[in-house]
Design a protein around this ligand. Structure first.
Ligand SMILES: Cc1cc2nc3c(=O)[nH]c(=O)nc-3n(C[C@H](O)[C@H](O)[C@H](O)COP(=O)(O)OP(=O)(O)OC[C@H]3O[C@@H](n4cnc5c(N)ncnc54)[C@H](O)[C@@H]3O)c2cc1C
Length: 801
């Protein structure tokens, strides 16, 4: 072991080994991995080794696909066997809704280019897995590239290939402490001190403690997990093919062949956390006692699905622990506020996702940004609220228990809620508010009559008419929306203006004005769809999506200049938005200031009743509208006076479900759908906000190259879909004469236009208005056509009124 490395990876499980491999493969030498015991000594040695294609986040599914391709490659490079069994895999659906969901998921796989999947009938499923009972199965999905590997062999293959490329692996050396230095980190180990520029927490079951060594409370916890291994089973011995990997979603089990027997794994409904503060340091290559009572129901279902198990002897029980984040996706990337400290932990399926995690993290460290949009596993998708142990217990437990339980797109899950409530929460609840969650905050979805319950559905739900009424109220009268769930950052200091000009690609607003502001990465990809406010008193606001608060703050901090201060106002400032043709009539009643004369995109401070508020004249609904920001403590009173002033004008409170429909009718894109860090300004139309002549800004060169080159291959369009009882939601494939030409970025019903609408990225040859296409909506192919943007009020007269 040397005294200095460029990178120190802590942890020799599959994830740490993959990070090391990718750093070495991409050309970095002077890197090492330090392992407490021997390689694989955490979760990795006893994993079932299965890999399969499904993931609810298509970006993560794509990284899983990458990992599957990589496994054979590391075997070749290292000369160490990964014990590959590419058996193919079946995912089973046992309820009508699940079958519908699976058909829909199949189409989404097509959208992201995973083509080697197909739907199968129960009979075909039975032929593909002859020892399985097809009782209750309505259909399944077959994937060619699923199977299992030898877990220990795989970790050694990653590490071996890394070593061939110049990396070092140091075993039997526990990292004891971490100290941040001006150059990076001092890593205090049992064998002495090592300094490095970058340190990576790939501590698996010990990730919590490796976080605490740097003063970080990571939202991660181990949970226990069972599988059993049987003796040889004669029916399996008699087969001339290997069994596929089978995931029985309604049975909570997964199954694969193990030698001439079977491995049956169980996602326990009655989950059990284990060592929430991290595994003991002396925990070795060992297992937990099996707890068969806890898994009795799932076992019964498993034995019914595979009747051969009834007579098989159980050779081994494995009850081991592995780690989960609140949403089950990994925690990867630079930790905000800890320069040079990177996470590669909470990887629930390390053999399936470890390759993608290692690749993305290595690119991030070397190039400053990963190639793929990895927001879904970015450690900065959580904020400080997620350090709470009870929050971690509830959310990780919920994820684990629901691992194979279907979650509907309109379903609200209870774990870790309610957490943060804007002050008017109780009053809004009394008014019938139905709440959703954004980051830590309860946000209004819609207002329903007492006793209303929304039915979980893949299609339009029973809240459809409620949302339609809210949309009508906004379009025809005036609606009130709690906009505490927008982010607000205050930028001040002598260099604030110059910094904002470099940070964002658009022209800065004049004093007293607001303006849309794309923010780009140096590679010219989107980093934000922000709105800038120039309050005219030397202070500026950046507004964006609330759930990106930590993610954006990390970017601002990483690019901060001297003489600039950025303050996240998320704990201090909340507000309401008035939207609709009568909104001016409401607001002017409450102020003797000239708020009625505020121009479109104007902003200023006004007295609203007894409150002092910051007001911007804009609305995401595409109507005449005002965003009114107040102190946290003024929220209840602001709502009260706005409702009172609007009473005779028929004011109606509305929620974000209506807002999503209203903005879709205006073809206003939103983050995580039309705008992501995977897309460019040219693709998404954000380029029209770029000030090409304003001088330098982050991403300028790349944006210019896009503008002056051949142009983007795909373009954002608006679609009208001839839908039946469901609307598109996102990632559905778009077809022209059987050729896949794009995918939906978001969709929904436009209640004022009476149309099922979607926004979509399509190949540029299919982007012209009037082009006839088709789209799979919840698995059913429906005709669609490209229409002109903003089907509601294309001239924008309403919002400029
Ligand atoms: C029963 C069971 C079945 C599973 N089946 C599958 C499956 O089929 N497919 C799949 O993809 N995944 C499966 N998993 C999950 C899989 O095991 C994990 O996702 C994976 O092992 C995580 O790898 P890791 O490298 O993050 O963590 P770990 O394997 O826990 O590795 C972390 C390493 O860091 C070392 N370390 C920690 N702290 C320090 C320190 N301070 N100094 C030095 N070293 C340190 C530890 O000794 C350990 O070796 C299963 C898990 C279990 C329990």
């Amino acid at each position: 072991m040397k005294s200095h490395y460029r990178v120190v990876v802590i942890g020799g499980g599959v994830v740490g080994a993959s990070v090391l491999y990718h750093l070495a493969k991409f050309g970095w030498s002077d890197i090492c991995l330090i392992e407490r015991s021997v390689l694989t000594a955490g979760s990795s040695w006893h994993a079932a080794g299965g890999f399969h294609a499904l993931n609810a986040d298509p970006n993560i599914a794509a990284l899983q696909a990458y990992t599957i391709d990589l496994l054979s490659q590391i075997e070749q490079e290292s000369g160490k066997s990964v014990g590959m069994h590419m058996t193919g895999g079946l995912t089973l659906a046992g309820t009508p809704d699940r079958w519908e969901w699976l058909q829909s998921a199949y189409r989404i796989f097509q959208s992201i280019g995973i083509e080697d999947v197909r739907l199968v009938t129960p009979e075909e499923a039975g032929e593909l897995c002859p020892v399985m009972s097809t009782h209750g199965i309505l259909g399944g999905m077959w994937a060619d590239r699923e199977g299992y590997i030898d877990t220990t062999g795989t970790v050694h293959a990653y590490a071996g290939a890394a070593k061939i490329n110049g990396a070092e692996v140091i075993e039997h050396n526990r990292v004891l402490e971490l100290h941040q230095t001006s150059e990076g980190w001092d890593v205090i180990t049992e064998k002495g001190k090592v300094s490095c520029e970058h340190v990576i927490n790939a501590g698996g079951l010990w990730a919590k403690q490796v976080g605490r060594m740097a003063g970080i409370e990571l939202p991660v916890s181990p949970l226990a997990h069972h599988y059993l291994l049987t003796e040889n089973i004669p029916d399996i011995e008699a087969l001339d093919q290997e069994l596929p990997l089978v995931v029985d979603l309604e049975g909570f089990t997964y199954m694969r062949q193990d030698q001439q027997g079977m491995l049956l794994g169980i996602y326990e409904i009655n989950h059990q956390h284990w060592m929430m503060d991290g595994a003991p340091w002396d925990y070795g290559i060992e297992l937990l006692e099996e707890d068969i009572n806890r898994i009795e129901n799932e076992l019964t279902l498993g034995f019914e699905r595979y009747p051969v198990l009834q007579d098989a002897g159980v050779k081994n029980w494995v009850n081991g622990a592995f780690t989960f984040s609140p949403d089950g996706n990994p925690l990867v990337g630079p930790v905000p506020g800890k320069r040079g400290y990177w996470c590669a932990c909470a990887v629930m399926a390390g053999f399936l996702q470890g390759g993608g995690v290692g690749k993305s993290l290595a690119e991030w460290i070397i190039h400053g940004e990963p190639e793929a949009d990895v927001y879904g596993m970015d450690v900065a998708r959580y904020g400080p609220y997620a350090a709470n142990k009870q929050y971690i217990r509830q959310t990780t437990g919920q994820f684990y228990t629901r691992r194979f339980v279907m979650t509907y797109p309109n379903e609200q899950l209870p774990a870790g809620r309610p957490l943060k409530k804007a002050p008017a929460y109780s009053d809004m609840s009394a008014a019938g508010c139905y709440w959703g969650i954004s980051w830590d905050l309860e946000v209004p979805l819609y207002f329903a009559p007492a006793g209303f319950e929304e039915t979980p559905s893949l299609k339009r739900s029973n809240a459809f008419d409620i949302v339609a009424d809210e949309c009508r109220a906004v379009r025809e009268g005036v609606g009130l929306l709690d906009i505490s769930g927008f982010s607000r950052f205050e930028v001040s200091g002598p260099n604030a203006e110059a910094w904002l000009d470099r940070l964002t690609a658009g022209r800065l607003p004049q004093p007293g004005r607001a303006r849309l502001a794309p923010m780009l990465s140096p590679e010219g990809r989107l980093k934000g769809d922000l709105t800038l406010f120039n309050w005219g008193d030397g202070s500026w606001w950046i507004m964006g999506s609330y759930y990106l608060r930590a993610w954006h703050m990390r970017w601002f901090d990483d690019h901060l200049d001297d003489g600039v201060s950025v303050r996240d106002l998320g704990e201090d400032t909340v507000g309401f938005s008035l939207a609709g043709p009568k909104s001016r009539d409401v607001i002017v009643k409450l102020t003797d200031g000239a708020v009625g004369e505020l121009p479109f995109m104007g902003c200023a401070d006004f007295d609203i009743g007894l409150l002092r508020c910051r007001v911007g004249r804009l609305s995401v609904a595409g109507e005449l509208g005002y965003e009114i920001h107040c102190r946290m403590g003024d929220h209840i009173e602001l709502r009260r006076i706005l409702l009172e002033a609007g009473a005779d004008l028929g004011i109606r409170e509305y929620g974000f479900n209506a807002l999503l429909s209203l903005r879709l009718e205006k073809s206003f894109g939103i983050w995580s759908a039309e705008f992501t860090q995977g897309y460019t300004p040219g693709m998404t139309g954000m380029d029209r906000w770029i000030a090409w002549d304003k001088g330098d800004f982050i991403g300028r060169e790349a944006a210019l190259a896009e503008r002056d080159g051949d142009g983007p291959a795909q373009r954002l369009v608006t679609l009208e879909i001839d839908a039946l009882d469901a609307d598109a939601s996102g990632f559905e494939p778009i077809w022209s004469d059987g050729k896949r030409v794009g995918f939906v970025t978001s969709g929904g019903f436009g209640h004022s236009t009476g149309k099922s609408l979607a926004m979509a990225l399509v190949d540029r040859d299919y982007a012209a208005e009037g082009t006839g296409l088709s789209v799979h909506v919840v698995g059913v192919e429906r005709p669609a056509k490209v229409i002109a943007p903003s089907p509601y009020d294309p001239g924008g007269k309403a919002m400029r009124a």
